[in-house]
Design a protein around this ligand. Structure first.
Ligand code: E4P
Length: 218
């Protein structure tokens, strides 16, 4: 499963870039607003740091304006993926931009029926929001399972990009459910390394090692 970071903070991305774990980045208008930067400058800098797909979201709500914004965002760098909301206009714009050769990430997906329409509109990625469904009292992970089954039934090539991931359990379960990618905040990636038994086990090994008086490097 590919791991994307869900952030527009360049310092966070710089801190993780050398791990080799980061396959791409997703941003949204809220994350760009939080960064305090101009969208074109932020996306350009992210694209020089992370060479995989970087989603940049259009903010227009009418098809023609979405298409114009999408083209402008895609011109920032070759690895930009145009992010569009799952609305009737968004899917029409997705169809046009896909036919022009651009990659589109259809976002704000909350149902399997929506995901079916996005795939039929040519989306390169579909972003189902797990955490926000959980917040609404609906099992967000069940949606990933449903979309996986539908896409496999009909051999859709749209990649499932599990989004709104709030816990390491979400990350694990999205991988089990067959999501192609998960986009996560850096704090979840940080937490994914950690286990109390790793810490206590390492401490015991190092305590025993110290007693030997040896040094591997001599
Ligand atoms: C994904 O593309 C979105 O930017 C993001 O995952 C939304 O997460 P949130 O529900 O925690 O805001």
């Amino acid at each position: 499963m590919q791991i994307f970071l869900d952030t527009a903070e360049i310092d966070e991305l710089r801190a993780w870039a050398d791990t080799g774990l980061i396959d791409g980045v997703t941003t949204n208008p809220s994350l760009i607003a939080k960064s305090g930067r101009k969208i074109d400058e932020a996306i350009a800098e992210i694209c020089t740091l992370i060479l995989g797909p970087v989603s940049a979201e259009a903010v227009a709500t009418a098809k023609d304006e979405m298409i114009a914004e999408g083209r402008k965002l895609a011109a920032i760098a070759p690895n930009v993926v145009i992010k569009l909301p799952l609305t009737p206009d968004g899917l029409r714009a997705c169809r046009t931009l896909t036919e022009e050769g651009f990659k589109v990430n259809v976002t704000l997906c909350f149902s399997a029926a929506q995901a079916l329409l996005a795939a039929k509109s040519g989306a390169a990625y579909i972003s189902p929001f797990i955490g926000r469904l959980d917040d609404a009292g609906v099992d967000g992970m069940a949606l990933i399972h449903d979309i996986r089954a539908i896409y496999d039934n009909f051999a859709f090539e749209t990649e499932i990009l599990a989004a709104s991931i709030r816990t390491t359990a979400h990350l694990r379960d999205a991988a089990i459910a067959g999501a192609d990618c998960s986009t996560i905040p850096t704090k979840i990636l940080d937490a994914a390394y950690k286990h109390a038994l790793t810490d206590s086990g390492l401490k015991a090994f190092l305590d025993d090692w110290e007693k030997t008086g040896q040094s591997i490097l001599g």
